[in-house]
Design a protein around this ligand. Structure first.
Ligand code: SAH
Length: 219
């Protein structure tokens, strides 16, 4: 990740980190990752002035970049040590992808909208992020070539755990998924123990729908 950050944004990013700490984010590795990744590069030019507000923003193609607090809380729940292989479903803006790249060894990220994926590919390469592989396709089917994954993060809401993702999660691994209906979900962490998923519900959330064979039909 490029370390040089435009001075115009560094104060705003510091304030965002303080806001996240005030809201209860304690994991120093997560806060450091948020400090390293220039969120303003991941949002459209027109909303750049709002990049360091603790708010979700539109990123085009009817999709949104999640609120920083939701990313921070999700990453905290994954308890990454830097050694993990992580699968992300729903690259979107690639902001969370870049955070994961700071916190894990290798990141595999799948996006179904090609315009978003190509923009992400260009941006991550411009920022010098090297430990991310991107795939265009239906993430509900996972990415079996590199399985099993120590962690799987789904950035869109699903009616249930897609079976392929359960199968591709390593023993002891964690899967983070917003589960519920198309509009409202609960963010749940599933841990694989003895081949079974144990579920823990964290907080109500609103994510865009996970569209695909193991998610919702399109439309
Ligand atoms: N963490 C991302 C979230 C983007 S929104 C960010 O903060 O930018 C969720 C993304 O999931 C959207 O880009 C949407 O196109 C994508 N998505 C939905 N269903 C998908 C599927 N089955 N496979 C891959 N991507 C999917």
């Amino acid at each position: 990740m490029a370390r040089a950050v435009e001075p115009g944004f560094s104060g705003a990013r510091r304030r965002l980190i303080e806001t996240l700490q005030d809201k209860g984010i304690k994991d120093l590795a997560v806060l450091r990752a948020i400090d390293m990744v220039p969120r303003h590069k991941f949002v459209p030019e027109s909303t750049r002035h709002r990049a360091y507000e603790d708010a979700a923003l539109p990123i085009g193609a009817g999709q949104t970049i999640s609120q920083p607090y939701v990313h921070a809380r999700s990453l905290e729940l994954l308890q990454l040590t830097g050694a993990e292989r992580v699968l992300e479903i729903g690259t979107g803006s690639a902001y969370q992808t870049a955070l994961l790249a700071e916190l894990a060894a290798q990141v595999f990220s799948i996006e179904r909208v090609s315009t978003l994926l190509e923009r992400s590919r260009t941006l991550l390469s411009e920022l010098g992020v090297r430990n991310v592989s991107l795939l265009l396709g239906d993430g509900t089917l996972g990415w079996s070539n590199y399985a099993p994954y120590d962690a799987i993060v789904v950035g869109a809401g699903a009616p249930h755990v897609p079976p392929a993702l359960e199968a591709q999660l390593a023993e002891g691994g964690r899967l983070l998924l917003p589960v519920g209906d198309r509009e409202e979900q609960v963010l749940a962490v599933f841990t694989k123990r003895g081949g079974q998923l144990e579920r823990r519900d964290i907080t109500p959330v609103r994510f865009v729908p996970l569209i695909g064979a193991g998610g919702w039909p399109p439309g």
